[in-house]
Design a protein around this ligand. Structure first.
Ligand code: NDP
Ligand code: 8X3
Length: 252
């Protein structure tokens, strides 16, 4: 049966790949991100290629009033949201704690932590009304283990991990599944954003091993949603075969 899947951060990387994967499987998608033109291109690509609908919902997840306004005004026929993929997020900079930029810290915490909270809080009433739903939160290997110069990005993902655990407990009475998906290194726009447009520094991250692709991660996320109603993957770490965790790689 066709579902409604709400994906934040769908203008690039995992989010865009998830939108295409769910659409390919016959599900209608609500796609969010700040870059409205990219959302419109994705909407066209989805509706041209698959027999589903896509709704563009451009907003900044870190802006509380924007989030609440956009989600409260979702058209009636899109409100029965089955799956929420809390994917929007970013790293900014990779610096020692004492050298890091405080504005970067604010942006990461506002987006990765508060953004996830605002979107979840706004979407949950639609799931609670149906007494079912599935929330998938994008953590990271950085949610499991800190690494040098990862300080606040790691902290934001540790927070995603804690929020996922606590949401899972609080949502038990509403029959809502909560899955935290923690990818290792995946080649998307993530590192270009992290290094503020320095593509040389970004490319260097993926040298000497085969990173995950956005599609690899989207396939895993999609899989988590295909299990029977009484089965929930609570926590899942997915890495390239040459990566053990947030620190150890076997690079050529
Ligand atoms: P990308 O940079 O390719 O995509 C990030 C997406 O998040 C974009 O669509 C961007 O859209 C959106 N986004 C960023 N800030 C906001 C905001 N304030 N409001 C709305 N949307 C926003 O990165 P990935 O696909 O790789 O990352 C997706 C998630 O996965 C992130 O949470 C990241 O931390 C996590 N992750 C990534 C890994 C990797 O190696 N790539 C590994 C582990 C976790 P726009 O700019 O248009 O707003
Ligand atoms: C993104 C992966 O290793 O750069 O969350 O933190 S890493």
């Amino acid at each position: 049966m066709s579902k409604i899947v709400f994906i934040t951060g769908a203008t690039s990387g995992f989010g865009a790949a998830c939108a295409l994967r769910f659409a390919e499987e016959g599900h209608n998608v609500i796609i969010n991100g700040r870059r409205a033109s990219r959302l419109e291109e994705l909407q066209k690509r989805i509706e041209d290629n698959f027999s589903v609908r896509a709704l563009c919902l451009p907003f900044d997840v870190s802006k509380r009033s924007e989030v609440l306004k956009a989600i409260q005004h979702i058209p009636e026929d899109w409100r029965a949201i089955d799956i929420l993929v809390n994917n929007a997020g970013l790293a900014l900079g990779r610096s020692y704690f004492d050298e890091a930029d405080i504005d970067d810290w604010d942006t990461m915490l506002d987006t990765n932590v508060k953004g996830l909270l605002y979107v979840s809080k706004a979407v949950l009433p639609f799931m609670i009304e149906q007494h079912k739903g599935h929330i998938i939160n994008l953590g990271s290997v950085a949610a499991k283990q800190v690494y040098e110069k990862g300080n606040v990005y790691c902290a934001s993902k540790f927070a995603v991990e804690a929020i996922s655990q606590s949401m899972r407990i609080d949502m038990l009475r509403h029959n809502i599944k909560v899955t935290a998906v923690h990818p290792g290194a995946a080649e998307t726009e993530f590192s270009v954003v992290r290094f503020k447009g320095d593509t040389e520094q970004a490319d260097a991250i993926y040298k000497g091993f085969k990173p995950l692709t956005a599609k690899d991660v989207a396939d895993v996320i999609y899989y988590c949603t295909t299990l029977p109603g009484h089965v929930c993957i609570n926590d899942l770490v997915v890495c390239p075969v040459q990566q053990a965790d947030g620190i150890y790689f076997h690079k050529k």
